[in-house]
Structure formats: structure tokens, C-alpha cells
Design a protein around this ligand. Structure first.
Ligand code: HEC
Length: 158
């Protein structure tokens, strides 16, 4: 069979905005989940721009905070809804009033940039860490979207 010429159908399909959007979505989905913060994203003690185009989902953020899995925030922090939580860190009650979304984003993503000797894990950092459990090596603990979800939930704690 002779190779088919670059078909006209293909060209018109590419020109359609919906098709272009689909391609953009696929390209985003193919990005590695372990892109660390870039210095240019950080301004003073905050990360002003969201890490993802999709706004954070506070309900999912709440579930992440309460789960004793990856995030395990309540190992150290008390939050109003958790019955059993640690006290190695300040309670997060009211943190949404004390800190802006941009400030919360840097603390969740990489609190070491705010408090260099902190015991809090850097949840969106895969480089330059020591003592990382095997399953997290080369990966961030939370994805960019999960950071946004957690930030959205923390903002509700006024
Ligand atoms: C191993 C203990 C530990 C864990 C786990 C931890 N943190 Fe922290 N966090 C701290 C400590 C300690 C501080 C206080 C400042 C400092 O020393 O870094 C802090 C500070 C913060 C702050 C700033 C609070 C303020 O009032 O300024 C936020 C927000 C925060 N943590 C959110 C989280 C979230 C969300 C998680 C889970 C995704 C989490 N932390 C997990 C120890 C922890």
C-alpha cells in the first residue's frame, strides 16, 4: 500500500480549538509529577502563583490531611477535626487567617525555604533531601495538584 499523504482531515482536525485543547491536556498529563519548585516561583516567603491550572479542591485536601498516609500532617499538627493528633508543631486552627494562600503554598511545598532547620517534610521537593524513604526517592510526596488541594483546605481554617 502506498503511504497515505498527510491527510486533509488531519489538518482540519488539528486546527480545531477543541482538538488543540485535548493535545494540551495530554501534554500536561505527560509531565513528570516530580517537578520541584523553581527559584523564580518563590517570592519572599510565598509562592504567589498556583502550581496547577485546576483550582485546589478543599474537600480532597482535607482528606489528605486527615489520612495517615503520604501527608500525615496530623502526626505533628493538631487540626480541629482530627481526634488524635500530634503536638510537635503549631496547631493549624486559624492558619488560613494568619497566612495567605501564597504563603501556605510555600510552607506545604517546601517549608525548609521558610524554616531551614524545620522537621516538617518538604512535600513538593525531590532534590537535595537526605534520609528519604525508598518509595519517595526522586519523587515528591504530594503532587502539584495535591499541594493545591491542601492549600485550599488550609484556607478554610479561619
Ligand atoms: C514532622 C512534623 C510535621 C509534619 C508531618 C508536618 N508539619 Fe507542618 N510544621 C511543622 C513545624 C515544626 C512547623 C513550625 C515551623 C517550623 O519549625 O517549620 C510547621 C509549620 C507549618 C505551617 C505554618 C504554620 C504557621 O502557623 O505558621 C503550615 C501551614 C504547615 N506546617 C502545614 C502542614 C501540612 C499541611 C502538613 C501535611 C501536608 C504538615 N504541615 C506536616 C511540622 C510538621
Amino acid at each position: 500500500m502506498a503511504p497515505r499523504p498527510f491527510s486533509r482531515l488531519h489538518r482540519t482536525a488539528c486546527a480545531r480549538p477543541a482538538f488543540a485543547r485535548l493535545l494540551a491536556t495530554l501534554a500536561l498529563a505527560a509531565l513528570p509529577a516530580h517537578a520541584d519548585l523553581l527559584p523564580a516561583q518563590i517570592s519572599a516567603d510565598s509562592v504567589p502563583r498556583p502550581l496547577t491550572a485546576t483550582p485546589g479542591d478543599a474537600a480532597h485536601g482535607r482528606a489528605l490531611l486527615l489520612a495517615r498516609e503520604n501527608a500525615n500532617c496530623i502526626l505533628c499538627h493538631a487540626i480541629p477535626e482530627a481526634r488524635f493528633s500530634g503536638n510537635l508543631a503549631p496547631p493549624l486552627d486559624g492558619v488560613g487567617a494568619r497566612l495567605s494562600a501564597a504563603q501556605l503554598r510555600l510552607r506545604v511545598a517546601d517549608n525548609r525555604q521558610v524554616h531551614p532547620s524545620t522537621i516538617m517534610p518538604s512535600y513538593f521537593r525531590s532534590e537535595g533531601l537526605t534520609g528519604v524513604a525508598a518509595q519517595y526517592r526522586g519523587k515528591t510526596v504530594l503532587t502539584a495538584q495535591e499541594v493545591e488541594d491542601v492549600v485550599a483546605y488550609l484556607q478554610t481554617l479561619k
